[in-house]
Design a protein around this ligand. Sequence first.
Ligand code: IPM
Ligand code: MG
Length: 359
Amino acid sequence: MKRSIAILSGDGIGPEVMDQTIRIIKKIEEKFGHQFHLQYGDVGGVAYDKFEKHLPEMTHQICEYSDAILFGSVGGPLTESHLKKWQDCEKNSILVLRKKFQFSTNMRPIKVFRELNAISPLKESIVGANGIDFIILRELLGDVYTGEHKTYIENNLRTATDLSLYNEKQIKILAHHSFKVAQKRKSKVTSVDKANALDTSKLWRTIMNEVSNQYPDVFLEHMLVDNCAYQFMINPSQFDVIVTANLFGDILSDAAAGLTGSLGLIPSASFNEQGFALYEPSGGSAPNIAGKNIANPIAQILSFVLLLKHSFELYEEAILIEKAIHQTLKNGFRTQDICFSDNNYVSSSKFTDIILSFI
Ligand code: IPM
Ligand code: MG
């Protein structure tokens, strides 16, 4: 197979975990006789240094001419947040890409690796019994993120407002997506909202119910967002597919990632209606550990695995990488973030060496 991938490594640990992932990409190419044409684009602070723009036109074009985007992470250290380079860096790169390519659905698989049950902050009795394995589908183009933002003076008081807005078309996209994903899993959708307080949530619930009639084989339940946060802690095994609005999804997906013990384990995918997609780790640029070759490459590598499955439909290749990661963990290799003892971990590149040895 011949395909092109836009590689946007970005800032912080982005470039180093991307480098490790590229080693995996090369290995898969070689082993299966594929040709993946990698097109490199600058994004984030790195792009700002060169072009005074967080998302230069050139990068946008590279993405446009690619079959999929593999994204690293963007953003800088808190101590440098006053620098122009970092101001609105995430907003100007990630949010702009989402809008440009109309990525309406974000998918984050939340899975606790069997080998890593012990690093989950939850008790073995909660994680161990049925495991944690669910998917969060988050709407990505609406809600308070994209409604009108205003800061003004009213009655002599500094005042601000962010409008949350949804129309039925936006919700329908997520609804269909969630039922289709659930059909390939345990056929259960939990739609999360705040329908006891918000009109957008009432509309969300109505549309979910309407669309569910087309999927009689999938069980749909509704859950209030505060209760969902609570259920994550006491009974996370109950979930299969969670579908929710933009802001709830942002918060819940980080909370859910916490269940696995490290953000360094969770990949994500963002799709538009045509199926074009961007893949990225759920975590950020982690500037505090950047440049030390200690970052966990799993989230970035699993983002490539999602790319193989969803953009290229190369399942054998994807499953082989997943198995190699399991094998690496089974053999006791750990990066620092998932390691109990202070000095028993291996570097990012060594960890990837081991994964490569199992491919
Ligand atoms: C995410 C991030 C972004 C979001 C930020 C960086 C704007 O937290 O992808 O979850 O809130 O969507
Ligand atoms: Mg977030």
